[in-house]
Structures are given as C-alpha cells and as structure tokens.
Design a protein. Structure first.
Length: 292
C-alpha cells in the first residue's frame, strides 16, 4: 500500500506534522508484519481514528479545515494541497498552504470552507481558492495562521524560489464571466511567507503563461523557470520560461515583469513512431514558442 500526498490530505482534511515520512512508513519491507519484521514495525491503531503509525512515532495537527481558526477568527479553508516549507528566522517553520478550491458559488453549495476574501489580498472575489500562511514554533506547534492570497482558483502545486517565496499555481483555465469569475484564471502567483505587504494587490505572473499549471521549479543559476501542466487531451505540456537578459531574480522581480517578458517554450514530444503525443494547440493559445 502506498499513500499519495493528495490521498493522505483528503483522508485527514488537515495539515499534519509527522516525525517520519508517511510514504516510507507504509512501504518499508514487512511493514505491519509483527515485532520482528524489518522496518519500523506494526502500525498502532490511533484512538482518534486519523493516522495509524508505528510505535514511537507521533503526529500533530497544525491546521484543520473548518476547525482551526485564522488570526481573523475565520475557519481554516478546505482542500489543502501543495505546500512550501520555510525556515523561520526565529526558529520553527513557516508553511504556505495551497487550497485547491474553485468558484465561490460552488464552494458555498458543496460546503467547502473558502479562503476568506481579506481586503487587499483578493485577486478575484468570485473565486474561493488561495493560500494560507502558517507559523509554527521549534516543536511544530501552531503559532499563527493567516491569508497570503485569496480569490484565486484551484491552487494545486507550485514551487519554492531561491529567494524564499512560494509560487502558487492555478490548475484552472476559467475565463472571466464563467462560473462567477470576474477575471481570467490559469496563472502563477507569488506569495511571500515573511512580508505581508508584498502580498497585497495580487498580480498574476502572466509571463509564465495561462494554462492548468501544476508545479514550478526555478533554476537558481539562470533564473529560468520550469513548469508542468495538469491537463488531458491527450497530455499536459512541459514548459520552460527563459528569463530575459538582465533578470536577477529576488523578491519583487517576478511582479515587475511585463506580460510577455522572457521566452515561454513548450517541449514537443513524439513516440517511437514519430507521432506527436502532446496537444500543442494549448501552447499556441498561451503564446508559447514550441520547441522539439
């Protein structure tokens, strides 16, 4: 049995701090086969019914949708997804949690707790996704939780930048006027876990394209950004944004980009018969240069 990140968080509906790696716990040789087994040993039933762990391991709930409270007094949003973890300057850890929620209207209907539309942090009031920022102490205990960005849609994965910010990716292509949206979606936004002022008036990084973004990784040497797409028909594309001459990265650098700065390219893939197995029409839609 293996446990994916998404399945684990869907089962718990909470952010959890673990001593140990969950994937390893469930896949080591003979896990659960008895006290003499190789590995961490048998799983011990959790009285709370949340997460069975081997003897000697423990977990702590840091945030839980609808139960823990933000500093504003509103409940923690639902559908935790991709998370960036940063070392706090005073010790402990700062987490930036994605919340993979779409339209506000649908969230209201299905009971999903939305990301609160905090004044100054909202991109589109018609959408319920975004990020929350969680501060923990040296022992992993929750100290504070607040909104980093709101009014975005289906925030799935992303990536940590070399300058200690989080790129949160919208896995969505909703246009303004659809599903209650007032603006286009399918962009990457930057969230600063240490500077609240930097997160005000959210601005999409349009130079990184508009499509169903999944993850992003920054080359610390060149500043180029590699991006994946979660899409079908038949497959998502693999992109590279080549930084323009003179780009040095750093806080504020991506926000300062023009909508078409740099070169966004999509990799073209073919099978052993020379048949394309990608959908390059999406690359054309976002104005990318298709490369072999």
């Amino acid at each position: 049995m293996s446990l994916s990140r998404r399945h684990f968080l869907q089962r718990t509906a909470a952010g959890v701090v673990l001593i140990g790696a969950t994937d390893i716990l469930l896949t080591v040789p003979n896990a659960g086969a008895g006290p003499r087994a190789v590995g961490y040993g048998a799983l011990v039933a959790d009285p709370a019914g949340r997460l069975a762990l081997p003897e000697g391991f423990s977990y702590r709930i840091v945030t839980e949708a609808g139960r823990t409270l933000l500093e504003s007094g509103q409940p923690t949003p639902g559908k935790h997804d991709g998370t960036g973890a940063f070392k706090a300057r005073a010790g402990g850890t700062v987490l930036v949690n994605n919340h993979e929620i779409g339209s506000l209207a649908r969230a209201t209907t299905d009971g999903t707790v939305p990301v609160p539309l905090v004044d100054g942090l909202v991109y589109d009031p018609g959408m319920a996704g975004g990020c929350t920022i969680v501060e923990t102490d040296r022992d992993g205990a929750r100290v504070d939780e607040y909104v980093g960005v709101a009014g975005t849609s289906t925030n799935c994965a992303g990536g940590i930048t070399p300058w200690d910010t989080w790129l949160t990716c919208e896995e969505d292509g909703t246009r303004a006027g659809q599903n209650g949206a007032t603006k286009d979606h399918g962009y990457v936004f930057e969230v600063d876990p240490f500077d609240r002022a930097a997160n005000r008036d959210p601005k999409p990084i349009k130079a990184l394209g508009r499509y169903a973004h999944e993850a992003a990784a920054v080359d610390p040497r060149t500043g180029d950004i590699y991006l994946t797409e979660d899409a079908a028909g038949p497959n998502g594309l693999y992109y590279r944004w080549e930084a323009p001459d003179g780009f040095r990265g750093g806080k504020g650098a991506l926000r300062a980009l023009g909508d078409t700065d740099g070169v966004l390219a999509a990799m073209s893939c073919a099978n052993d018969r020379g048949e394309h197995v990608d959908d390059l029409s999406r690359a054309t839609e976002v104005g990318t240069q298709v490369t072999a």
